[in-house]
Design a protein around this ligand. Structure first.
Ligand code: MTE
Length: 321
């Protein structure tokens, strides 16, 4: 099913070539300037840690004064790992951690193909070897109007896409999560069209803020947060950040996504955080930061406007919800 919102097809010439943004970043780095919103705390390259439930209990607290680039303190590990949306397990946010505790993520591989010159599959060890991870502190804003600040580890999705070399026809990237009702009991709920699927326009996928996250708080990704690897797109509502990815496909047309398929009038393909455009059931003007009592104003593009607004020039953002 296609979105009721028409997407703006992009000409490949409009996409910033990877060499251009990489060299721009290198220049900024050399000048000692860190990208305003990426908040690269430490360009650390820890080993992709052990996956699985054991890792979820190993807590490595970042400095107590760690903040994102606008000064918001990070949420605690306990908050991040115990309030989750993960419908493959349950719709109860506080029940995901328990139900996902024994989810076995080994072995795991991700197939990357479609409109690419070098289709291939990667084991987690191969990803670890090819793409050193760095820490990014990002705000995560759920469409249900709650938010957190999370210290992720991950690598830029753009680096992975460059490795498979998209063809001229590729315009979008489609992501698919694991389909295995035996291991993911929520998939026995036939109300949802499993597997969970998501998508990005190719230039959104290539944007340096878009990462494949492999962990948080310096440790392997907790099962409930999407082990072993998930997407993180910080300027979009959290449902775009698909967990437990098994397949990435470059495609020519806007791909179907799970939430857009279920309720196209509620969940657009773009889903950029926008305080001016309310969801039919939730005002998006304010949000509840987990751990805080009062509500705070929601920021356009979740506060990443300076980095990403140029991706949407010429689009009516009140229509492209
Ligand atoms: N990915 C999968 N595979 N299944 C899901 O149910 N929920 C999404 C997203 N990714 C979801 C998913 C939603 S609605 C949100 S808000 C975020 O994951 C929540 O991420 P968190 O639990 O790490 O905070």
């Amino acid at each position: 099913m296609t979105s009721k919102f028409k997407s703006k097809p992009i000409d490949r010439s409009e996409i910033t070539p990877e060499e251009t943004y990489l060299s721009r970043r290198d220049v900024l780095k050399a000048m000692g300037i860190v990208t305003a919103s990426a908040a690269l705390l430490a360009a650390c390259a820890p080993n992709l840690p052990e996956t699985g439930s054991a890792a979820a209990t190993a807590v490595n607290i970042p400095p107590s004064d760690a903040t994102d680039e606008i000064g918001d303190p990070v949420n605690t590990y306990e908050e991040i790992a115990n309030y989750n949306n993960y419908y493959e397990f349950t719709t109860d946010k506080q029940g995901v951690a328990r139900l996902a505790a024994d989810f076995d993520t080994e072995p795991w591989s991700i197939q990357v193909g479609g409109l690419v010159n070098n289709p291939r599959s990667y084991t987690i060890a191969e990803l670890q070897e090819k793409f050193p991870v760095e820490e990014r502190i990002y705000r995560l804003r759920c469409v249900e109007a709650w938010s957190m600040v999370i210290p992720w580890q991950g690598f830029e999705l753009g680096a992975l896409l460059a490795d498979v070399d998209p063809t001229e026809e590729a315009q979008y990237v489609r992501f698919e999560a694991l389909l295995d009702p035996k291991r993911m009991p929520g998939q026995n709920n036939k109300l949802y069209p499993w597997p969970y699927q998501e998508g990005l326009r190719l230039d959104e996928a290539m944007h340096p803020l878009t990462i494949i996250a492999t962990g948080l708080y310096g440790r392997a990704m907790p099962n409930q947060n999407g082990a072993p690897v998930r997407l993180v797109v910080p300027w979009k509502y959290g449902f775009k950040s698909i967990k437990a990815i098994t397949k990435i496909e470059l495609v020519a047309e806007e791909p179907a996504t799970m939430w857009n398929t279920i309720a196209p009038n509620e969940y657009g393909f773009y889903a950029n955080v926008n305080p001016q455009v309310d969801h039919p059931r939730w005002s998006q003007k304010t949000e509840r930061r987990i751990g805080e009592l009062s509500r705070r104003a929601t920021l356009m593009f979740n506060g990443y406007e300076a980095d990403v607004a140029n991706l949407y020039q010429g689009m009516d953002l009140s229509v492209y919800y």
